[in-house]
Structure formats: C-alpha cells, structure tokens
Design a protein around this ligand. Structure first.
Ligand code: ST9
Ligand code: ZN
Ligand code: ZN
Length: 357
C-alpha cells in the first residue's frame, strides 16, 4: 500500500479527483470524505512520464479499419434516419424502449454497477443488465470498465484513454480510431480488475463478446418487430442501426461535452462539468463534476431523480429487491468538499439556502 503522501503526489500528476473505485462505504451507504482519498489499488508505477499537460504522442497510429467501420456505420445510420417517418407506432415505442434498455446496460450496468461498484445486484438483475449491455455494443463490460477505471484514476492526462485535453473530437470518438498512448497501457496495468475477473458471467460475455453483441444488438431487434407487429425486416434493421449509433454518441458526449461545458460546483480544478443536456440524453450521466468528485455515489448527482432515469431505475430495482447496498455521498460530505474545492453556492444545498433566505 502506498503512503497518503505518495497518493497525493500521484493525484497531482494523474488528476485531481479521489481514487475510490474500490473504496468501501460500509453498510450505511454513506461514504465519509476520507474515502475520497482512499486508494486501495497497489500503485507501484513510475509516473515520471505521465504529465497532465496536453501532449500528443509523437506518432499517432490511425487504425484505418475502425475509421472505415465508423464511416459505414454512420452512413447506414443516416439512411436509417430517412426511414423513420415510415415506421409504425409500435416500432417507435420499440425504438424508444431499446434506447432506454441498452442505455441502462451502460449506465446502470457497466458504469454504476461494474466499473464503480456503487451498488450490488442480484444474479437476475446482472443477467438483465448484461443482455442490455451487449445490445449497447460498447465493448465487453470488462474492457469498458478497465478503460473507465483508468479514466477516473488518470483523468485528463496522457494515461486517460479519452483524454479531453486532446480536444473534443478525440475524447468523443477519435480515441477509438487510433492506437492507445503508451501511458494508457502502462498505467492500465495498475488497475485492479480482480473483482470483475472473478465474475464468471462477465467473463463469459468478455470471451464471447462479438456473438453477444450481434445477437442482442442486431439479430433480435430486427426479428422481434417483424414477428410481433409485422414491421419490415429492412425498417427493423435500420432502426437498430439508428438506436446503436445514437446511444454511442449520447455516451461519447459524457467524455467530450461533459468534460468541457458546464458548471463545477464540487471541484473547480477538474475538467468534468455539470451538463444538463448530456444528462437528459445519457440517462442521468451528465452531472460529471459531481461524478468525478464522488464516483462511488450510485446516483451520480446530488439532485436525486432530476434528469436521472438511471437513478429512478436503480431505486425501483432496490424496491423490488434486485439491487441493494446502494452507496452515496452524505450531504455533509458534499458540503464539506464543495466548501474546500468548489462553489458551495452552486450546489443543491447552497441553492436551497439562498432561496430560503
Ligand atoms: C465505445 C466505448 O464506444 C465507449 C466508452 C465510453 C465511456 C464513457 C464513460 C462515461 C460515463 C458513463 C456514461 C454512460 C452514458 C450512457 C448513455 C446511454 C444513452 N488498461 O484496446 P487495445 C492493453 S466502444 C490496461 O486493442 P490498441 C491490454 O493488454 C465502440 N491495459 O489497444 C490490451 O489487450 P487485452 C465499439 C490496457 O491496439 C492491449 O493493451 N468498439 C488498457 O491501442 C490492446 O488493447 C470499437 O469500436 C487499459 N485501459 O487499440 C472498438 N487498454 O484487451 C474500439 C489497453 O487483450 N477499440 N490495454 O487485455 C479498438 O479497436 C481498440 O481499442 C483501439 C486501440 C483501436 C481504440
Ligand atoms: Zn469523465
Ligand atoms: Zn465513472
């Protein structure tokens, strides 16, 4: 275990947020502020070459196969958009529901459950979220979580897979079309993935990822509308493409727009910001200044259900007994942190106090 002084040094080098992916808050569900600084990861890395400034690698190898893949995918999606006026009402409902379902596979699944362990889920909910996640087509939960844990740990440095200091396009989707920076590979080796490696369900998805994605993302969403209400196979297929590309962009906006535009009530020294439009599109994931400051909070915001469909979903699952041990930052921890590093008057409590006076 590294000393706190060393941890602080690494935070200065890698990013200014807490390193609490593996922090435990006990049974109460409330974390203390000390846990903001908890690093249970065994960090033994030489960090001398990881600098926070915007440094592009000298050679940026473009992965042309991915460029071609995205050009074709977006061309198909644009054509799919022209078909939308001709689809039936049940197909519109199906499109909306599959957007919410596959989105939940990322927000409630890969992000809040598996990458951050912000709550626990029964096997039934895990299977549900894994199918949803496969439909979203954003790599296996294992790969997604490894990149995301690294994104939090080394936020906005060379070791961040989608370092927002390299510009809007790079952090949005450009990072998926070039080889990763060597610092990503190096720092990535320090990420503790043992919890996910021990989950046989997740490892099954990881091993059979392409089949899972094609089945949940395209085969079933093409066949179901055709069998159940007679939508043409062509329309149903292009609806799946439109849904896939939309969910990709709504997710990517969290890495791009929500790292650039919005207020910073909790920590003004970091890039992640509170962005309502992104919250609306990304099912509650746009409260990004809060999320990077308190990553263990299952709600990703102090605003409860406001613009946060995913929190509503997790609460409903908890009521039904499928989700439990929900973790959140207590109001006193949030207030103390905002007073120390942010703008208390912009927090929920600060705004309420101003209104009352
Ligand atoms: C996609 C992902 O879209 C999107 C993630 C967004 C995250 C957003 C988070 C925001 C919060 C949540 C908001 C949710 C909102 C949802 C809204 C819903 C409505 N650590 O990667 P490789 C090592 S995917 C440790 O090939 P290259 C490792 O040994 C879209 N080690 O690197 C690895 O081998 P293995 C569809 C790491 O060659 C090896 O390096 N998918 C790490 O540089 C090689 O790794 C695609 O398009 C690490 N972090 O290639 C595929 N990383 O894996 C795109 C790597 O065997 N990806 N290593 O252990 C690729 O093709 C490639 O990754 C590449 C880089 C070309 C980008
Ligand atoms: Zn972020
Ligand atoms: Zn996160």
């Amino acid at each position: 275990m590294t000393s706190m002084a060393e941890v602080m040094t690494k935070q200065e080098v890698w990013g200014k947020e807490g390193l609490q992916e593996t922090a435990s808050s006990g049974d109460s569900g409330h974390a203390t502020e000390e846990e903001d600084l908890t690093d249970e990861l065994d960090v033994t890395l030489d960090t001398s070459d990881l600098k926070p400034e915007d440094e592009k690698p000298s050679e940026q190898e473009i992965v042309w196969g991915n460029v071609v893949k995205f050009v074709i995918l977006h061309s198909l999606a644009l054509y799919g958009l022209t078909l939308l006026p001709s689809i039936s009402l049940p197909s519109w409902v199906f499109l909306f529901l599959t957007y919410q379902f596959s989105g939940a596979g990322i927000t409630a699944g890969a992000h809040r459950l598996w990458a951050h362990r912000a709550y626990k889920a029964t096997p039934a909910l895990k299977v549900f979220l894994l199918v949803a996640n496969s439909m979203a087509g954003e790599n296996s939960v294992y790969t997604w979580s490894r990149d995301h844990r690294l994104h939090h740990k080394c936020s906005e440095t060379q070791a961040d897979p989608h370092n927002a200091n390299r510009g809007f396009f790079f952090s949005h989707m450009g990072w998926l079309m070039v080889r990763k920076h060597p610092a990503v590979m190096k720092a990535g080796k320090t990420i503790n993935m043992s919890d996910l490696e021990a989950d046989s369900l997740l490892m099954f998805q990881h091993r059979h990822y392409l089949k899972c994605f094609l089945m949940a993302g395209f085969v079933l969403p093409t066949i179901i509308p055709n069998l159940l209400w007679g939508e043409s196979l062509t329309n149903a297929y292009f609806m799946a493409v439109v849904r896939y590309v939309s969910v990709l962009h709504f997710t990517w906006l969290v890495n791009s727009a929500a790292h650039m535009f919005g207020m910073k009530p909790y920590d003004e020294s970091i890039g992640p910001s509170e962005n309502r439009l992104v919250s609306l599109l990304a099912l509650g994931e746009g409260f990004h200044n809060y999320h990077h400051t308190f990553p263990y909070d299952y709600g990703t915001s102090e605003w409860g259900l406001r613009l946060n469909v995913t929190t509503r979903f997790i609460n409903a699952m908890a009521k039904l007994g499928f989700a439990y041990d929900l973790r959140s930052a207590s109001p006193s921890v949030v207030a103390a942190r905002a007073a120390r590093t942010g703008h208390p008057e912009l927090t929920r409590q600060g705004m309420a106090a101003k209104k009352a006076s």
